[in-house]
Design a protein around this ligand. Sequence first.
Ligand code: ADP
Ligand code: GLC
Length: 480
Amino acid sequence: MKKVLFVASEAVPFIKTGGLADVVGSLPKCFDKEEYDVRVIIPKYMCMKEEWKSQLKYLGHFYMDLSWRSQYVGILELKYNGIQYYFIDNEYYFAGPKPYGNIYEDIEKFAFFSKAALSALPVIGFQPDVVHCHDWQTGLIPVFLKDRFHEGQFFANMKSVITIHNLKFQGVWDVKTVKDITGLPSYYFTPDKLEAYGDANYLKGGIVYADAITTVSRTYAEEIKTPFYGEKLNGLLCARANSLRGIVNGIDYEEYNPETDQFLEKNYSIENWRRQKVKNKLALQRELGLQEDRKIMTIGIVSRLTDQKGFDLIAYIMDELCQDEVQLIVLGTGEEKYENMFRHFDWKYHDKVSANIFYSEALSHKIYGSCDAFLMPSLFEPCGLSQLMSLRYGTVPIVRETGGLKDTVEPYNEYEGTGTGFSFRNYNAHEMLATIRYAEKIFYDNKRDWNKIVDRAMAADFSWDASAAQYKEMYDWLIG
Ligand code: ADP
Ligand code: GLC
């Protein structure tokens, strides 16, 4: 039996701030249980829903040195959907209304979590062959594994993988503090190791020390080797190019299934969506106070409202777009300037724009299951899951050709009758608007072709099967 441990800062259904949680919550289920024992460790945040907290079972605790500090490490467990989950408990680090978001707290929080996750393994009695780390929050794990943990028999042969879900976030803080927090010696704080541009950098540590590096699409794996997308680590990523691969994300095909989705007014399939899906549109228009119109083209957005997602392009052309026969349904939270931008246009074009500035799983499913198109003009996008969810629900994605968006949305070609969505290349507001208008034209004037795009979108396969096979191959290669 091969043993793999996922260590991450979030996982559905327990805690989620973005796509990372979807991946960590769905990928472990996709390995053959006869061959792989995949388990998951995440923090036990106080802000987790009571529904989950109350189900966790106490497994044990110990005190761990974190430099000069001695900290309580509680371990809780839960078997969920056939996967063994562990939760690291410490009420000092994991308190607060949000799981993370203030770097000055997070830097110590995730040094603690990374060391605690490893230290808990002998207590749990699980000795993984591969520790699979995710993003900067777990970047210190490969470093710790090569450092003091290496001395004991238990950890000596453990391999590590780090998956970069977003290179933008690296966990950067000054060297002095990070030395003090981690207890790592000066040896590690040089520019060929943890130090980057004078500061300590957790993700860099992970990239330098992991046995393999992955990111979540092929195109992003290429892009991050260039200065524009490389977030100042492109040099290092080029140097480690032989150990870096892009494996595209999938989505949970049971969770996201228009035939069974409990959040939808009307379930539908690839066979009957033409008659059924529009009922969801009417229900959603009613729910959101938009004009109930089965004919009008509805465009959905479900997103963190940040620069990454291309909202400055949208802000720039909103007035123009709202002259068209479209309705725009937005669900998201994030930067205040974008929240207020959508609130403003909701007020200005009340019958056309619905701004829902909050987090709601239910509404997100309704948008995927109701809209005609889905807009995602990202500046950069490691993979993106929202466009995969849209494809699954036959909601035609309109995207910029970057990262995973480029790899998963095939642009419509009216001459060949191919494609699952619409895309544009340059980060330019009017290039985006022209693409949206081209989509409108097909939607209104060439419904047969539009419907075929929807058919192809729904037939595309972005379940985890193919990608899980690539992870397996990598684990097997690491285990040797
Ligand atoms: P990222 O991880 O960069 O935020 P992804 O597309 O990979 O982008 O994943 C985003 C995930 O978060 C999707 O599951 C999407 O449905 C969900 N999501 C984003 N914003 C909201 C929101 N306001 N309410 C509900 N779900 C949201
Ligand atoms: C990050 C990226 C997103 C990706 C997700 C899961 O949040 O921004 O593109 O889909 O991680 O890998």
